[in-house]
Design a protein around this ligand. Structure first.
Ligand SMILES: *[C@@H]1O[C@H](CO)[C@@H](O)[C@H](O)[C@H]1NC(C)=O
Ligand SMILES: *[C@@H]1O[C@H](CO)[C@@H](O)[C@H](O)[C@H]1NC(C)=O
Length: 247
């Protein structure tokens, strides 16, 4: 596990030392694991079979990357493009999405036109199948169509206002991704074991929560963060990880 442990140690060292910037972790489509923005550098821990044997994560910091100087940086794998998108990685350019093409090994900076969304305080998922990002900010849902981009196009991409989510402006979003659905965890008055759902294809907030019995444990009704892990075959179901805010 030395390789992974190196990466994890670097990650927590960075998280505990860095007040201003926040690093993020992402896989590429070939299951190489990356830690981006660790004290000014990006690291490649390679695939899981390389996490043993004393290998060190390699530094692949390259030109054109975001400075990773913002507090709310998040990263998303666009599996079909083998690209990693970085949001809120550059405080000077809060409306830019940085794209890392994990095949060409190049960074580029995509401009967006916010049209009212405060990107910096939004919580987002990237829909796996359509490559459209959905964000909740101050109770309002927005989307950004990233098409098939693995590198920036010259035209800015405009955010589209979907409308208010039914959870109120004080809901601190916890969003997870499913095939054609967005799950909302810790919605007010929704008990543990259930989640609310947005159906992407119909742009529809299902009015009733959905109960999801698990083989072990329960879907929490607490604030946290999620990670949705895709299957190698690119089909559902995904695996979901939930990290409590206390972590
Ligand atoms: C990360 O490492 C793997 C295996 O060594 C390599 O195939 C991949 O291209 C590397 N990724 C980057 C971005 O350098
Ligand atoms: C970061 O996110 C939190 C929670 O959404 C928000 O309160 C804060 O304003 C954000 N920071 C910036 C700089 O936007």
């Amino acid at each position: 596990m030395a390789h992974l442990l190196t990466l994890v140690a670097l990650y927590f060292l960075s998280v505990s030392q860095t007040v201003l910037g926040s690093p993020c972790i992402a896989f590429d489509a070939n299951w190489n694991l990356y830690a981006l923005g660790l004290n000014g550098k990006d690291y490649n821990a390679s695939t899981q079979d390389k996490w043993t044997g004393g290998n060190m994560a390699t530094d692949f910091t390259a030109a054109g990357r975001p400075p990773f100087d913002g507090p709310n940086t998040t990263c998303y794998l666009s599996q079909f493009q083998n690209a990693i998108y970085v949001m809120n990685g550059d405080t000077q350019n809060p409306n830019s999405i940085y794209m890392y093409d994990a095949t060409a090994l190049t960074w580029s900076q995509q401009a967006t036109t916010p049209g009212g969304i405060d990107v910096g305080s939004s919580t987002c998922i990237l829909d796996h199948d359509t490559n459209v990002g959905y964000c909740l900010a101050a109770g309002e849902m927005w989307f950004l169509n990233l098409q098939s981009l693995k590198a920036a196009q010259s035209e800015p991409i405009a955010w589209t206002d979907v409308g208010p989510a039914p959870y109120g402006p004080n809901y601190n979003p916890v969003m997870a991704l499913a095939d054609n659905h967005i799950y909302f965890i810790d919605v007010p008055n929704v008990p543990a074991g259930s989640m609310d759902i947005f159906v992407i294809h119909y742009s529809f907030f299902q009015p009733q929560p959905q109960e999801y019995p698990l083989p072990s444990g329960t879907i929490p009704a607490t604030h946290g963060k999620t990670a949705s892990l895709f299957q190698p075959t690119s089909v559902c179901p995904f695996d979901h990880l939930f990290f409590s805010s206390c972590f």
